[in-house]
Ligand binder design. Structure first.
Ligand code: UDP
Ligand code: MG
Length: 308
């Protein structure tokens, strides 16, 4: 059994060496492992520190991004590259405790596909904790994945999960939701969380809006990825029908009540506008169908590693 530890790093130079020490200790129960650091365009000495560790220890692999692409991109690259049967993700800032790795693996071995850490006693400022509580509740209710903490850096996965979920943009916040949508078995485990000792958080106020848009996109894509026309077609049909009724009403006024078009010019134009918007929605749906068609195999969870 091989474990891959995937760690996204963006300007965490002070934490790297201490993290490495803690990881070595935490992984002593397992002989076969790899630690993959993804340097997400750091401009401090993070990369230098990681490379000097990799020179000493062949189990360390390093991926360097030429610029900062974000945590999702870093995790995604780590997931593509890793070869372990079980995969652990962990933040590089020492807020996640590597000694929880063993507990997460034991939980996975109970038969789950993904075990997400739950920072029950979270050591972050209130300005972070309150929005995060809100998002977790909304995500829990809207996705039906019943865990408390979707965006914990510390998670354990079976290989099949990381090889079949697609994360980009800000979707690392919703990985358990994405896995749940693909019918993977998701569970959670309370983990120790620590204060940030060095550096600073990479996510400010924008996380609120970004988090919200990402959630909408995840919910939309899960429901309509295979058939975008169902979504846009419905809106298009309704809009077109309203436009048609308005235009028929204007014709009725003209030919049955002998009122001229010029008396109802605003209504006439409004009706045409609504008709065109309806057609636009249909067209967007059809283009969506074309995109869905060309992405067909990517969107589905089509693979299963039988001998995992
Ligand atoms: N991170 C990254 N790229 C980014 C932002 C963050 O790789 O663009 C890494 C960061 O170095 C850390 C983890 O993602 O290892 C979590 O980031 P952070 O601690 O800033 O998030 P918070 O704990 O404040 O939610
Ligand atoms: Mg952090």
């Amino acid at each position: 059994m091989k474990i891959s530890v995937v760690i996204p790093v963006f300007n965490e130079e002070e934490s790297i060496n201490e993290l490495y020490k803690q990881l070595l200790k935490a992984l002593s129960f397992c002989k076969n492992y790899e630690i993959i650091f993804i340097d997400d365009g750091s401009y401090d000495d993070s990369l230098k520190n990681i490379v000097s560790l990799a020179d000493k220890n062949k189990k360390i692999k390093v991926i360097q991004f030429f610029r900062n692409y974000g945590k999702s991109a870093a995790l995604s690259e780590g997931f593509r590259y890793c070869s372990g049967d079980y995969v652990i993700t962990l933040d590089a800032d020492l807020q996640d405790d590597p000694s929880e790795i063993k507990n997460l693996i034991s939980e996975i071995e109970k038969g789950y596909d993904l075990v997400s850490g739950w920072k029950k006693d979270r050591k972050d400022p209130l300005s972070k904790k309150i929005p995060s509580k809100f998002f977790n509740i909304v995500t829990r209710l809207s996705t039906g994945v019943l865990i408390h903490d979707f965006n914990c850096g510390l998670k354990a996965y079976k290989k099949s999960v990381v090889k079949s979920i697609d994360i980009y943009g800000g979707r690392h916040r919703y990985i358990p939701a994405l896995a749940g949508q693909k019918k993977f078995k998701v569970s959670e485990l309370i983990v120790n969380h620590r204060q940030r000792l060095y550096g600073e958080t990479k996510y400010g106020g924008s996380r609120f809006f970004h988090g919200f848009f990402d959630l909408i996109s995840i919910l939309f894509l899960s429901k309509y990825t295979q058939s975008p026309l169902y979504f846009f077609g419905k809106i298009g049909f309704f809009t077109f029908a309203v436009g048609l009724i308005i235009e028929l009403y204007v014709l009725y006024l003209k030919y049955f009540l002998n009122e001229s078009f010029s008396q109802h010019i605003a209504l006439l134009i409004f009706g045409v506008l609504i008709l065109i918007i309806g057609i636009q929605f249909f067209s967007i749906g059809l283009i969506g169908e074309m995109i869905a068609n060309s992405n067909h195999s990517k969107q589905l969870r089509i693979k299963k590693f039988i001998n995992e």
